[in-house]
Design a protein around this ligand. Structure first.
Ligand code: T46
Length: 140
């Protein structure tokens, strides 16, 4: 079912620790509330780069810092917040209709994203005013 308002929430995955190191796993439909249809990752990101700057019409995603750290600034159309990702067990679930901007990447940071849908440019709001108008329509 499509929810009317955008939201974010932090999720924490299991960690299996033994003397050989740590292992974390994720199962679509179990640890995530959607089936994983796409995985992509950002790497070799310059420390002064800004990524994101858009929202999605239907896509939901969970974002992880597999290595290093970065900041995600969140705007649901009515309020703003920010999160720092730096623990590979902890992800940020971002629903549809949430504007996100990412910056402050540490040297060598790797961002992995688990997505509910294949890539589709038509699913993007890349104009903030269009995003705000869509949020207003859904809140009526
Ligand atoms: C998001 C943040 C965290 C593809 O061809 N396939 C893909 O799966 C993706 C994600 C992108 N692309 C193309 C589209 C653009 O020509 O790669 C280029 C860069 O994409 P974009 O500018 O959207 O990248 P980011 O890092 O600003 O945003 C991406 C996701 O698009 C977005 O959904 O939440 O990572």
């Amino acid at each position: 079912m499509t929810q009317a308002r955008g939201f974010v929430r932090e999720i924490e995955l299991p960690q299996i620790h033994d003397p050989r190191g740590d292992l974390t796993f994720v199962e679509g439909g179990n640890h995530l509330p959607f089936d994983i249809r796409r995985v992509y990752y950002l790497y070799n990101v310059p420390v002064d780069a800004k990524r994101g700057g858009h929202a999605h019409k239907e896509l939901e995603q969970v974002v992880f810092a597999l290595s290093g750290s970065f900041r995600i600034k969140i705007d649901d159309g009515t309020s703003r917040s920010e999160y720092w990702l730096r623990d590979p067990r902890k992800g940020l679930h971002i629903s549809r209709l949430v504007w996100r901007e990412m910056d402050s990447f540490s040297q060598g940071a790797v961002c992995m994203v688990l997505a509910s849908l294949p890539y589709d440019e038509a699913d993007y709001f890349r104009c903030y005013e269009e995003f705000r108008a869509a949020v207003s329509r859904e809140m009526r």
